[in-house]
Design a protein around this ligand. Sequence first.
Ligand code: ATP
Length: 918
Amino acid sequence: MDREKWYARTPDEVVQFWQTSFVDGLSSSEVNTRLDKFGFNELAEKEKTAWWKRFLAQFQDFMVLVLLGATLISAFLGEYADAITILIIVLMNAILGFIQEYRAEQSLSALKKLASPTARVIRNSMVQQIPARELVPGDILILEAGDKLAADGRLIDVHNMEVEEAALTGESMPVRKVADRRYSEDAPLGDRKNMVYAGTSVVRGRGKAVVCASGMATEVGHIAGMIQTTTEEATPLERRLDHLGKWLVWGCLFICLVVVITGVAKGESLFLMCMAGISLAVAAIPEGLPAIVTVALALGVQRMIRQRAIIRKLPAVETLGCTTAICSDKTGTLTQNAMTVRQLFTDGNNYEITGVGYDIKGNILLNQQPLDISKDKALHQCLTIGALCNNSTLKQNNIAITGIWRTKNETGWSVEGDPTEGAIVVAAAKASIWQAEVEKVQKRVAEIPFESERRRMSVVYRDVNNNNILYIKGAPDTILELCRYYHTAAGPTSLTSDHIAKINSINDQMASQALRVLAVAYRRLTPAQAQNPDETIENDLVFSGLIGMIDPPREEAKSSIARCREAGIKTVMITGDHINTAIAIAQELQIYKEGQHKALTGKDLDAMSESDLDAIVNKVTVYARVSPAHKLRIVRALKRQGHIVAMTGDGVNDAPAIKEADIGIAMGITGTDVTKEASAMVLADDNFATIVAAVEEGRGIYENIRKFIRYLLSCNIGEVLTMFLAALFGLPMPLLPVQILWVNLVTDGLPAMALGIDPTNPNIMQRPPRHPGESVFSRGLSRKVIGRGIQIGLSTLFVFSVIYYLQNDLALARTAAFATLVYCQMFHVFDCRSETATIFELKFTSNKYLLMAVAFSTIMQLSVMYVPFLSAIFSTVPLSLGNWALVLIVSGWTLILNGFKHVFKRRPARRGFLPQNR
Ligand code: ATP
């Protein structure tokens, strides 16, 4: 059978061809055989650049090439030792750069793997979530709104399914899918409505398909241009630093030129001065800055993964630290999404339901007393609707429970599917009502799936006498609008205004106890209505009852919200739930305070103009009964007020709001593929606390980047200034070319890297957010960099001149200047760990890597001074105790002085950016 003609066959033919089963799917052993035969479901990737090519790329820098050329000349001139040393240093620098890039790449590819798509299939008679790359032909795919197709498939079952195929056909309108039709063999791609293709996404409804093509055999695989290419986006900071780097290059080159010219004018050899100039340029130009920023970002991202936040776009790390408002879904993010039905209202009676979680042990009480449910017709009807209009399965120790009442081993209860529906399955089970049992006498023939906008879901059942009946459940306000009758034990009666008032008051009462309330209703259908039913038949309903369930707030959410408050971040709850439920939970979480904050519903929003909304958006902390379209308005309104908005979402229709937000956050567990794809960050645990942890990490990463920028640039200024001032004052050259290169290697290498992974300052969430447009040098950093650079330069020159003039020994003066420059930087690195605290306030041992890096660099420096063979190459001589005292005092005094300065003059820490009107 030809790959392209599946749409011309019946589902049975396709299933038979692939030797699979609608109900059981493939077996694990069959999957393995097919994986061997068809390979992984992946598109061929562009070939990776070989590691040695990337290593060689380290030498492509213009100044490094000039240095290598000059070294070659010096070798020809007989300066072998110098030439070899320079070569070794350049090589070590290249290795360092290569390792940094390699680490960044590794962490980024690990990231990609984590964010890789999954698929739901039936295998071994069970529904399983598998990595999409493991899909094989013959797999039975389960599709829902928001799923992105990972392979091509022939549909075998659909319920109101619409698929967006723009990626493949260019058609932007979703295509309604069918399963039972066949198409002629020459039907074009866009007309094959019984097929689904990799790269497209389900926007409505649900369905099942048999995978018919995977990997390069899919339609996408056949389009040559769509071979996977990965473009890495530079973050704003990387771009800005790249720009800064270009300026620094010219500045450094100019100064180097001055050093060379003045040196030559003073009678130094042209060759030596050229070597010094070039070495200085190589040392001082911070060409590695963007790479180190990437490493810091990538390492931070890895730390975030450990906290269960998966970053999909690197620039998000920077923006995270600037977040001023987090808009979070309620259900599952701020609450546990572990629902338990607590109250029930039907036929004028209020029932209480006991029990914990999904465990089916529990009773239904009327007036505090257990009752015989089989005799309470209205209650029975209400729970039966709940059990039938339901796609969740109850499980115990991973085994589906569909009707057996278990009394032993009552642990490990869980729900597969929507927790709201799971809670109703459990409540029905407490009344011994099971979907599987009821389905022995009536069968489901159709479903109109739940959608956030509709806030309801319907199913059509047909009994043995061919009677068709619609069962519906959804938000009470939505359902009540569609009802005309009221169910009583004696049968349906007309729905009166008294009934409506009573239902509304019970609904409000339940909602203000933080219960999520669902209404259930039903109606009889004519055979014509039952044929391909749609929303138009969801009317003239008989109201059956209200079901109220609790969904307790997450333990950790409250403290995370308090942290946000301290950090100047506003928390906003956005939910599809009833306003009273939302306010009750928001009060418990301290997001909402009566009188201080406002709560709006979707209807309120609809009645407001943009300017009305702008006027109060800063006060609103709860939005209830909103649909995804409202989320977009909320994001925009907050952005207009200057907020940097993080917004969560899970459903397919949340994607536009997530894209619009500064940080779009998708739910890892409940989120759809489409939402994940639009997001910048995915929460592996759907937990609000994880967002806050990621914001904290984002702030920490930015602080660390500032730390090593401060360190590297002030050190480089120190080096350039030493040489420049010496030239200016007519002093001999204080450092030889190899010495300059060495200083650069010792300081730029390990200590700078260790600063990049400095632990986050524990007070970082006690300051307001930073402005995203803020320069990396703001808040006094440029002053610090320049000031310290001058200090390092002057200190080095001071030691050099003192020893040169007092002891009249150039080699000794150079060695002392060499040591001063290195140790100034070794002391300075500790200063860079905090912009507000001194090293006396910071925990000295909290960054072990930094201690090890400094110890290693110190030993390396001592070896080039004291190991005879090395000291010959580096032209160093041993320092006397007195000289050492001078070197160490001059190098370290600033650190100690700064410490004292901080003790006496503490500046307030609260400086930063806050949007207007807050
Ligand atoms: P969040 O708080 O994360 O926005 P939510 O569950 O409150 O989530 P939706 O999922 O959009 O928001 O649900 C909106 C409303 O639809 C709910 O308040 C509830 O009344 C109703 N509803 C939710 N799940 C179902 C379902 N499975 N079947 C029928 N109605 C449902």
